[in-house]
Design a protein around this ligand. Structure first.
Ligand SMILES: [Zn+2]
Length: 78
């Protein structure tokens, strides 16, 4: 006679663990996406007018030297 109660408790525990697992996954991927977006937003794109190279630098800045030829370029504006 105790089987239905134990089965209910097992099913409740199983469903709760599944719910916690998927909530954890959801939270993890949301945080990861937010961090990646923040990193992308703070990247500045440059185009070298001397050697035609397109490169990026972290942080927001107005000028950066080209890694190929050393020419100082101003950032691309869209
Ligand atoms: Zn260059």
């Amino acid at each position: 006679m105790t089987f239905p109660l134990e089965f209910d408790a097992f099913a409740a525990a199983f469903l709760s663990l599944g719910l916690v697992f998927f909530l954890g996954l959801w939270f993890f991927y949301e945080r990861r996406e937010a961090i990646l977006n923040q990193r992308r937003r703070h990247t500045t794109v440059f185009h070298c007018i001397k050697c035609d190279l397109i490169y990026t630098r972290s942080r927001r800045r107005e000028t950066a030297t080209c890694p190929r030829c050393g020419f100082t370029n101003s950032r691309l504006k869209f």
